[in-house]
Design a binder for this molecule. Structure first.
Ligand code: FAD
Length: 379
């Protein structure tokens, strides 16, 4: 069976690794001419680490990033609203969250894939399905495939070709991300921090010994742009009531590397598949980043899809089973992440969230996190 993956982001590369591990013949087509070396950091949670362990890459990812022993939501002075217990940021086997540079993660995934599988500089243009195969066009050439996997992100062209009316939701918030050349004070060395002010948030964690990944979120009109000469001063002004550490982190960042993204998600799709085409990752269920689970969910897709395909040679049945296996958790992440973001940016919402955090017993919190961190072990 020939399998084609469109998109060489986290979802596409992890899917190629999973399929390759189980002996499938697959090819990835990515429109970028080179592997992405920009980007900020990313927090990989225990469910993602489980998939990476299964692929034999978990240790390399852990060594290349920073293990987080705690993740705290704090006030603007970095005082935790409620101190998290270790169990909340690790699974029952002790897997912790890893904070890593996104480009480092992409490189690890890319280099683990045997040569010849990933084709860079190939932009997917259109598809046509017949009874047995999918004809895939890249403009200058066409290929036939038994299964097409759309891993081409939130603006998926594959999705647009199989479903006519899908739409994105803008949360009203915009996020700035950067990498700062700073070493945090000892108390924050292995911590993930998200601090809340009035309708603004600032988060950070060490990703290497000398680099800190940070994100800043505030309400802003969609499609805004930045002036690289003033962006640092503007952000420092926005966060001037926060701990001086926040200002230092922003100051020690290269302004031209600060990334600005509107925070969006994908309105729930009725289905993730049609005939012999299936969507994975952000193409299927892009989420707001508030739970730090988008890439983790993409990795789970890769793991489930490959394992289910390995046990069902009827493609359409297999991709339908894949969706059934993944739907509930992906929906849970998208919905809760959206709610979290809306509450965190409303005065009343923050009061409710703080009360819930204080009143929720640690045991209940652990149960919820363990559910999120668990993946099916046997198929
Ligand atoms: C601000 C922010 C912070 C985040 N933080 C976290 C976090 O801490 N933890 C976490 O787990 N997740 C996080 N996420 C989510 C995570 O980044 C995404 O869920 C994840 O990258 C999705 O991967 P993907 O491969 O599905 O999509 P993408 O990363 O968008 O990759 C899609 C790929 O497809 C390619 N492509 C697109 N169109 C075509 C075409 N026509 N032909 C060929 N190739 C094409 C693109 O070039 C790209 O390489 C965050 C997201 C944001 C916005």
């Amino acid at each position: 069976m020939q399998i084609t993956i469109i998109g060489g982001g986290i979802a596409g590369l992890t899917t190629a690794l999973a399929l390759n591990k189980l002996g499938f013949d697959c090819k990835v087509f990515e429109r970028a001419k080179q592997l992405n070396t920009v980007g900020a950091g990313i927090w990989m949670q225990p469910n993602a680490l489980k998939v990476l362990d299964w692929l034999g890459l978990g240790e390399l990812v852990r060594e290349s990033g920073t293990l987080l022993n705690q993740v705290d939501i704090t006030n603007a002075q970095l005082i935790p609203l409620k101190k998290t217990k270790q169990e909340v940021v690790q699974d029952e086997k002790g897997n912790k969250i890893v904070a890593i540079h996104r480009a480092t993660l992409q490189k690890i995934l890319f280099e683990a894939i045997p040569q010849g599988i990933v084709n860079l500089g190939c932009e997917f243009k259109s598809l046509e399905q017949n009874e047995n195969q999918v004809k895939i066009s890249f403009g200058d050439r066409e290929i036939m495939s038994h299964l097409l996997i759309g891993a081409d992100g939130i603006n998926s062209k594959v999705r647009g070709d199989i479903f006519s009316n899908t739409s994105k939701r803008f949360s009203g918030q915009t996020c700035w991300r950067g990498i700062s050349d700073i070493r945090l004070p000892n108390e924050f060395q292995n911590a993930g921090i998200e601090s809340w002010g009035k309708r603004i948030r600032f988060g950070f964690s060490q990703i290497t010994e000398s680099q800190v990944y940070w994100f800043a979120v505030k309400n802003a009109p969609q499609n805004g742009t930045d002036n690289k000469n003033t962006i640092k001063a503007e952000l420092k002004n926005d966060f001037k009531s926060f701990s001086p550490l926040v200002s230092n982190i922003i100051e020690l960042t290269k302004a031209d590397k600060i990334i600005r993204n509107d925070i969006l998600d994908l309105k729930r799709l009725e289905k993730w598949h049609k005939s012999k085409v299936v969507l994975v990752g952000d193409a299927a269920h892009a989420t707001t980043p508030n739970m730090g689970q988008g890439a983790g969910q993409a990795m789970e897709d890769a793991y489930y899809l490959a394992n289910i395909l390995a046990r069902n040679n009827q493609i359409e049945q297999a991709i339908s089973l894949f969706e059934s296996a993944r739907r509930e958790k992906a929906d849970y992440v998208v919905n809760n992440s959206w709610r979290f973001g809306q509450m965190a940016h409303s005065g009343f919402g923050q009061i409710i969230m703080k009360t819930i955090m204080k009143l929720t017993p640690d045991k209940v919190m652990n149960q919820q996190m363990n559910k999120l961190y668990s993946i099916q072990e046997k198929f």
